[in-house]
Design a protein around this ligand. Structure first.
Ligand code: NAD
Length: 354
């Protein structure tokens, strides 16, 4: 056993069918009484219904969350929060909605209950990514960690199959990078492999039948496990690339993770010195990069940055931004090699060590 440090995050999770109905009880448990329900515009009706179910514990609804947490939207929501006198936010949605709740918590100290409806994992992390003037910055701050998470698989039955796939691959990316994180540890390793296995097994079953409750429940368990890995240890090149492509080029979050993951893993696999061997084994492939590439292909995930709207002329700038301030990575982050990786990902080529 190699030396390690493990620091557990405070995390209250209520997992299971119907757990959304516990929202009122969780508000009380926090000693709060006025909840602002958050959602994206597309889920305003669900947010209104939740507010109605909360009765007098609801202070209002803000259904304006958008991807990558732009600060202008946070400022609007903060005004609504203040005017409503809310003492807790209930974020009903994917990473965008949960990100808004975190941004509000950071500014106002409001407590948070997260009810995730995608597999992105933000609810389990003390990480806040925000976009201001076209640049996305990320910070770790325990004040943004939600106090309670309600995982209700019923809420994911309507998650479109194609987005279920990309969101699930987003979760898998957290587990993969946790395995070779600088501050990796044996507990997070177990969680990463369990989450990865659950998600990789659930996604093909969801594609066959999006209403399959057992597969939805397994995938949501995988999302929790992978998200907890993201919250507990540092992420590396893969996440850095995705943050730059999302923050500076506006690419969609989950889809970008799906395209980049096999390439980033191929870049790192030799340097990771066997730490990714269990991934290859789990996926039944000679290498982890190959296994992830085959999984994404079998699931029909997007393959190229081109189809996500990345301009080819931006690849050089992206490589420069990534290499200028890389996250810790098992292999040194060289601008030219990253440029090659991005070119491969742009064209939908199979992954290689770049
Ligand atoms: P999202 O929250 O933007 O959701 C994508 C779309 O799917 C939205 O229109 C949403 O309304 C819809 N949707 C969500 N759940 C649905 C459901 N069950 N049924 C039908 N439609 C549904 O996307 P995301 O990928 O979940 O989150 C991406 C955002 O989260 C990015 O901004 C990313 O940076 C952030 N994120 C942050 C962390 C963190 O730890 N800070 C972790 C992961 C993701």
């Amino acid at each position: 056993m190699e030396a390690f440090v493990h620091e557990a995050l405070p995390q209250r999770v209520v997992f299971g069918t119907g757990s959304m109905q516990q929202a009122g009880r969780e508000i009380e448990r926090l000693g709060a009484s006025r909840a602002l329900v958050l959602s994206t515009p597309g889920h305003a009706a669900e947010a209104e219904a939740l507010a109605e179910a909360l009765g007098t514990a609801a202070a209002g609804v803000f259904a304006g969350a958008v991807m990558h947490t732009p600060v202008e939207v946070t400022e609007q929501a903060l005004q609504v929060l203040t005017e409503a006198g809310a003492d807790v936010v209930v974020a009903l949605g994917g990473g965008s909605t949960i990100g808004l709740g975190k941004a509000l918590a950071r500014r106002s100290g409001v407590r948070q209950i997260a009810i995730p409806t995608s597999y992105a994992g933000s609810e389990a992390t003390p990480i806040l990514g925000e976009t201001a003037e076209g640049r996305k910055t990320t910070q770790r701050d325990l004040r943004v960690l939600p106090e309670a998470i309600l995982y209700d698989p019923e809420l994911t039955l309507g998650l479109p199959p194609a987005f279920s796939v990309t969101s699930g691959l987003n979760a898998i990316a957290h587990a993969v990078e946790a395995l070779y994180a600088e501050n990796r540890n044996p507990l997070i390793r177990l969680l990463a492999l369990s989450g990865l296995e659950a998600m990789a097994n659930a996604l093909p079953r969801i594609l066959d039948d999006p209403q399959a409750r057992d597969a939805r429940s397994d995938a949501l368990y995988g999302a929790w496990a992978c998200g907890t890995c993201l919250g507990s240890v540092g992420m590396a090149l893969h996440h850095r690339i995705c943050h730059v492509l999302g923050g500076s080029f506006g690419l969609p979050h989950a889809e970008t993770h799906s395209v980049i993951l096999p390439h980033a893993v191929a870049y790192n696999e030799a340097a990771a010195n066997g730490l990714l061997a269990p991934v290859a084994e789990l996926l039944g492939a000679p290498t982890a990069a190959d296994g992830l590439h085959r999984l994404a292909t079998r699931l029909g995930a997007p393959r190229s940055l081109r189809e996500l709207g990345m301009p080819e002329s931006g690849l050089g700038d992206a490589a420069e931004e990534i290499a200028a301030s890389p996250y810790w990575n098992p292999r040194s982050v060289e601008q030219e090699a990253v440029r090659r990786l991005l070119q491969d990902a742009f064209g939908g080529q199979p992954p290689r060590a770049a």
